[in-house]
Design a protein around this ligand. Structure first.
Ligand SMILES: [Zn+2]
Ligand SMILES: [Zn+2]
Length: 380
């Protein structure tokens, strides 16, 4: 049992009723965690303290088993059945789950937040260990994707608590080996003549007991830290691209190397332009007169503004013109092209004057059959 629990009212911490449903608890936690997250309150020790309190409360109340255990402990305590010294406090707030916090894509932190990763708690090895890889999402405008951009990415990750250097014990004290399991983390239980090995309930399998927990991390040894990483997004990056930033993931433990950071790029679609390899394509309407007689039309291009495009007389609908060097920046710093496809626009409404002009045009071209040869092609 957890001595620490008896002093804490997790229901009050989250501001929920004792009989709150898991959904209510989750909802309340997400709201509070968003408000109190260290990333949102840099340097605010009070908010950080409250964030940890809320995380610890959620850690227990979101877990059916733990919640039951907690309720029973509180009840036993209230009725005088509690015997102090039954065990040490267990690490709290070690399972801050980003999915719970931010619920997929509706995250209030926008796109620039890396995932808090969960450190493996069980390993008691003293070997150096490489830090975890982190993944972060980045929304990029269509224009920024054309030429590349350097973006500061704010990442929040779990690190060793600064106060206790990750031991979980109050500075000046240290964790002691669990007496019930002699540090193995497992105890034998006899049931009907058989011996079962089970996780030591006193230390919960950690093999160590923290009697005087660190006030900053409540014994978990884990603290949150945010940092900013400058990420160079290469020109021409495509939607869905995953960019690896070596060595910018979570720091390693005991001198191990850092993990990598993977940035998943989402490029916003453009209302007019689409990408075709390193070219930019779009369609412009032209009038029949412009296509038939030829014209100089003004068309937009990305980033550089407008250009004049010469449409030769007799241009067919669907013909594509190339504007060189206005497309996507390539690796060698040259640029792809802009591909402009013209489409003859048919007027939906005609003035009397225009109608009369078209009728006389039809008359003047009555000897020209645009479907001549069609029947031959069809084989009749
Ligand atoms: Zn600590
Ligand atoms: Zn133990």
């Amino acid at each position: 049992m957890n001595k620490d629990w008896l002093e804490k009212d997790f229901y009050a911490s989250l501001g929920v009723a004792k009989d709150a449903t898991p959904e209510e608890i989750k909802k309340k936690y997400r709201k509070l965690a968003r408000e109190l997250h260290p990333d949102k309150n840099p340097g605010d020790a009070k908010a950080e303290e409250k964030f940890k309190e809320v995380s610890e409360a959620y850690d227990v109340l979101s877990d059916v088993e733990k919640r039951k255990e907690y309720n029973e402990a509180r009840t036993a305590f209230a009725s005088g059945g509690f015997r102090p010294g039954a065990g040490g406090p267990r690490g709290a707030a070690s399972n801050v789950n980003m999915e719970d916090l931010f619920g997929g894509n509706d995250g209030g932190f926008g796109d620039l937040l890396g995932g808090i990763f969960n450190r493996g708690r069980g390993a008691r090895t003293q070997q150096p260990r490489r830090g975890a890889d982190l993944e972060s999402h980045l929304n990029l405008s269509f224009d920024d994707a054309l030429d590349g951009v350097t973006v500061p990415l704010r990442l929040s990750s779990e690190v060793a608590c600064e106060t206790c250097r990750g031991t979980g014990a109050r500075p000046g004290t240290s964790a002691r080996t669990c007496l019930d399991c002699q540090g193995s983390g497992q105890v034998a239980r006899n049931a009907g003549g058989f011996a079962f090995a089970e996780t030591c309930p006193t230390c919960r399998g950690r093999g160590q007991v923290i009697e005087d927990p660190c006030p900053s991390c409540h014994g978990s040894g884990v603290g949150a830290k945010s940092r900013t990483v400058q990420v160079r997004i290469p020109a021409g990056v495509k939607d869905g691209a995953k960019i690896r930033v070596a060595g910018k993931g979570a720091p390693g433990e005991r001198g191990g190397p850092s993990g990598d950071l993977f940035v998943l790029v989402h490029v916003s679609p453009h209302p007019l332009f689409t990408r075709k390899a390193d070219s930019i394509a779009f369609t412009v309407p032209v009038s029949f007169a412009e296509a038939a007689l030829g014209a100089q039309i003004t068309v937009p291009t990305p980033r550089d503004g407008n250009v004049t495009l010469k449409i030769p007389a007799g241009t067919t609908s669907g013909r594509t013109f190339r504007v060189k060097g206005k497309g996507i920046t390539r690796k060698d710093n040259s640029r792809g092209d802009v591909l402009v496809t013209v489409e003859v626009a048919v007027p939906q409404k005609l003035s009397d004057e225009a109608k009369a002009a078209l009728e006389s045009y039809a008359e003047a071209t009555s000897d020209v059959d645009p479907r001549a040869g069609l029947m031959n092609l069809a084989g009749q």
